[in-house]
Design a binder for this molecule. Structure first.
Ligand code: FAD
Length: 512
């Protein structure tokens, strides 16, 4: 079996800690070293899987099929003690280590973001419990399973993203925005303590009062400081809501630009601060005739009071005109979770019942701050792009605006340095996403999506835009990533990295 592993070392030629092309004379020595690494894992009672073994190809398939990173080894520890043993082997033999929770990183960073790493997949760490308003969540859980468990065990709830298959490890570790986040904060903000294996193999508890620096860093920049094996979180009473959607299928580019500016003013009108129970989005994507673009204002109001929602939305609708389609749907909590998941019933939240989907895509993001909202040149250029190249493109694209801020928002109220998440001043995020059919090359598809963002950002040249790390841009170097994701926190994060992981055991191309 080891022969496969040695041949992997010979064949792989990309740069990485574990996979540089080496002269044959030193190959045997290296192979011996890697053999010792495998021995280390096996002596710890772990079952390393490497290239050539039957499970390897399927086990390393990323969510984003644009990538094909080859870890040296992938393994599935049964508990935190196993995780610690695996990290120690990686550290001892100089193999870089990454955790995989749900595997949904846009850059496939759970597989290293380059070849030759040790991927520790947390699929077996799926324990869940609730005690009063506190939940304990194994880091291998997916969001759908967490939501379903909380609902079935005391009608509890949390704010988190919409896709059932996204893992809690990456999502909570680096933010985690959901439609109720203006009321309850990001998923990372709802975490009260973590169990984390650090680079020395120690199993630590971190919270606001214990290893507070590690806790601060791992709730916002979670991929770089250790492997979180368990989250303790607050939960909330599950609430009813009204889902709404107003679609304007007949807008031209100028209407859409005016509409976006109206949406932005509404989002942060000092005279009419929006209720924190309002989750608000704006979707723009290819649509049917007459314009070929669909412009849609949507979200959920976390109260069953339709009249109050209508009164809240009235000023915006007065500016947007008459929608071509309207939905107003009162719904219980779990129905709302299903609505956003696009799942017909609760079985759609149980991720053990059906395999995950995959996509071949590129995505990136912009945070628009409360201080520097978009001006008309930006919104005009963006809409011109959608109604021009956007209508013609073969890329399957969409763009989502998510409201984070406004005076009453819980995300905003925690203050700039609450945890490593570095965009408390954001009024809203914009995600630009494109799936590439086989007729579109990766280079062309990426250029098309980057064109949207450039249209918006380059028409506001004085603004330094931040971005959302959970929509990680695979094209960024570490230096660019730090400026975009952690502009005010990089120095502090680097110091914490130096303290807990001086040898950069946990590493991807955007590491500190
Ligand atoms: C279909 C889809 C829908 C999405 N919807 C939303 C949304 O509504 N809101 C939102 O905010 N985001 C959303 N995202 C983005 C999502 O939050 C990120 O991709 C997230 O990082 C995925 O986490 P994961 O555990 O599934 O991914 P992984 O690929 O497993 O992990 C992502 C990163 O975190 C690291 N990591 C994972 N687990 C741990 C751990 N236990 N300890 C330390 N590091 C760890 C990995 O090494 C990797 O670097 C969505 C993504 C997809 C693909």
């Amino acid at each position: 079996m080891r022969a496969f592993f040695i041949s992997f070392l010979v064949l792989v030629t990309t740069s990485s800690s574990f996979a540089a092309l080496v002269p044959i004379s030193s190959l045997q020595a290296r192979a011996t070293r890697y053999d010792s690494f495998l021995d280390c894992l096996e002596h710890a009672g772990l079952f390393p899987i490497w290239e050539g073994q039957p499970a390897y190809a399927s086990d390393i398939a990323p969510f984003n099929l644009r990538f094909s990173w080859k870890p040296a080894v992938i393994l599935y520890p049964k508990d935190t003690t196993d995780v610690a043993a695996a990290v120690k082997c990686g550290a001892t033999y100089g193999v870089k280590v990454n955790a995989r929770s749900g595997g949904h990183s846009y850059a496939a960073f759970a597989l290293g973001g380059e070849n030759g790493h040790l991927t520790i997949s947390l699929d077996n760490l799926r324990h869940l419990s609730v005690n009063g308003s506190t939940a304990t969540i194994g880091a291998g859980n997916r969001l759908g399973d967490v939501a379903l468990y909380l609902w079935n065990n005391g009608k509890r709830a949390m704010a988190h993203g919409t896709c059932p298959y996204v893992g809690i490890g990456g999502h909570a570790g680096q933010g985690g925005f959901g439609i109720p986040s203006r009321a309850w904060g990001l998923l990372a903000d709802q975490v009260t303590s973590i169990q984390i294996v650090t680079a020395d193999g120690a199993i630590r508890t971190a919270s606001k009062t214990q290893n507070a620096d590690l806790f601060w860093a791992a709730t916002g920049a979670g991929a770089y400081f250790g492997i979180i094996t368990q989250f303790t979180t607050v939960t909330h009473k599950a609430v009813d809501s009204v889902a709404f959607s107003y679609t304007f299928g007949n807008y031209g580019a100028e209407d859409a630009s005016r509409g976006l500016l109206a949406w932005q003013r509404f989002a942060n009108d000092p005279k009419r601060p929006l209720d924190a129970n309002l989750g608000l989005q704006l979707h723009v994507n290819p649509g049917g005739p007459p314009s070929g673009i669909s412009f849609s204002v949507s979200g959920s109001y976390y109260s069953a009071d339709v009249a109050k929602l209508n009164a809240t939305m009235a000023p915006l609708l007065a500016e947007l005109g008459k929608p071509t389609a309207t939905t107003l749907q009162p719904q219980g909590w779990i129905t709302s979770v299903l609505y956003y998941a696009g799942a017909p019933d609760v079985s759609g939240l149980n991720t053990t019942l059906a395999p995950d989907a995959h996509d071949h895509f590129y995505a990136t993001s912009t945070f628009v701050s409360e201080r520097e909202p978009l001006g008309k040149p930006s919104t005009d250029a963006l809409m011109k792009y959608f109604y021009g190249p956007g209508v013609k493109s073969e890329v399957g694209w969409f763009i989502i605006f998510d409201l984070y801020g406004g005076q009453k928002s819980a995300i905003r109220s925690l203050g700039a340095d609450y945890n490593a998440f570095d965009a408390r001043d954001a009024l809203y995020s914009i995600q630009y996403y494109g799936s590439f059919p086989c007729t579109v090359s990766d280079a062309d598809g990426i250029k098309f999506i980057q064109g949207m963002k450039a249209a918006l950002e380059q028409n506001q040249p004085k603004t330094v835009f931040k971005e959302y790390v959970n929509y990680i841009d695979s094209t960024y170097s570490a230096a660019v990533a730090h400026k975009k994701y952690y502009p005010t926190h990089t120095e502090r994060l680097t110091a914490i990295k130096n303290k807990y992981d001086p040898e950069r055991v946990f590493h991807n191309p955007q590491d500190f």
